[in-house]
Design a protein around this ligand. Structure first.
Ligand SMILES: NC(=O)c1ccc[n+]([C@@H]2O[C@H](COP(=O)([O-])OP(=O)(O)OC[C@H]3O[C@@H](n4cnc5c(N)ncnc54)[C@H](OP(=O)(O)O)[C@@H]3O)[C@@H](O)[C@H]2O)c1
Length: 241
């Protein structure tokens, strides 16, 4: 499917920014959202396509719903909505505030955006919603319990929305993007295996959304790790999760 108008939430850095560059290179009109306005404006200047910038704090669900609704209205409708906003925080001491911060953004904020996008596409009659979950969705983590659990929530929620579209007999595509490691601020410079550049990840995500895939591992080799993770004993997951 050739998308024409695309909203990317979490476009100020990392995967979201690289996605904006890929969609821009494919001459799509863009809606760019995040909290850091100066980074969104900078990105806007480098893209040779019409852009609308919207500042929103996704962890504040009313800001997220109002921001996405405004963006859709000011762009006079959109074909694709991508939710890339997310945080990944280590929490070795199980600090309640850190877990709540992760849940506020990756669970509550994500749900508010996904529902707003789905209801918009249902009213419009079609559309594509994609969100960046993670390979981390597959198993728990002793180092960042809320992060992995939030990604499992996202993946399961996206499947639910896919079933809902089918029940409603609506051609709404729901794509669950599950990256492995991508070199962005989220990794905080850790030395990890199989780290892809944001540009390589974005090209694969663009292709998966265009092909209306249900889910896609990014990069593709992470589908193998995902299968192994599903059957790995707890002793292995405790060590590396
Ligand atoms: N990098 C990886 O290895 C990896 C692996 C698996 C999954 N992912 C997922 O990929 C997604 C994108 O992360 P990334 O790797 O590209 O990291 P990143 O460079 O840190 O990007 C995160 C994006 O989320 C936005 N964001 C954070 N908090 C927000 C808030 N409260 N309201 C609105 N926007 C907010 C940030 O913008 P502002 O700070 O300007 O608001 C930024 O644009 C995340 O959901 C992450 O969990 C990443």
């Amino acid at each position: 499917m050739q998308a024409k108008k695309v909203i990317i939430i979490g476009a100020s850095s990392g995967i979201g920014k690289a996605l904006a560059e890929v969609y821009g290179a494919n001459l799509c009109e863009l809606g760019l959202a995040a909290r850091r306005q100066h980074l969104l404006e900078q990105l806007h200047k480098t893209l040779n396509v019409p852009c609308t910038v919207k500042v929103m704090d996704v962890a504040d669900t009313s800001s997220a719903v109002a921001g996405l609704t405004d963006l859709i209205t000011s762009m006079d409708g959109v074909d694709v909505i991508i939710i890339s906003a997310g945080i990944g925080l280590f929490n070795r001491h199980l600090d309640v505030a850190i877990e709540q911060q992760t849940i506020a953004l990756n669970v509550s904020g994500f749900t508010a955006l996904a529902d707003t996008a789905f209801n918009y596409f249902a009213k419009r009659g079609s559309g594509c919603l994609a969100a960046i979950s993670s390979v981390a969705a597959i198993r728990g983590s002793g180092r960042s319990p809320a992060y992995n659990a939030s990604k499992a929530f996202m993946s399961n929620y996206l499947e639910g929305l896919r079933f809902k579209a089918r029940l409603m007999k609506l051609p709404i595509t729901i794509t669950d993007i599950r990256p492995g490691f991508v070199a962005t601020d989220l990794l905080k410079g850790q030395k990890l295996p199989w780290v892809a550049s944001p540009q390589k990840a974005a090209k694969q995500i663009y292709a998966a959304i265009a092909a209306r895939k249900k889910r896609a591992y990014v990069t593709r080799r992470w589908s193998l790790i995902a299968q192994l993770l599903k059957i790995a004993p707890d002793s292995i997951c405790t060590k590396f999760g």
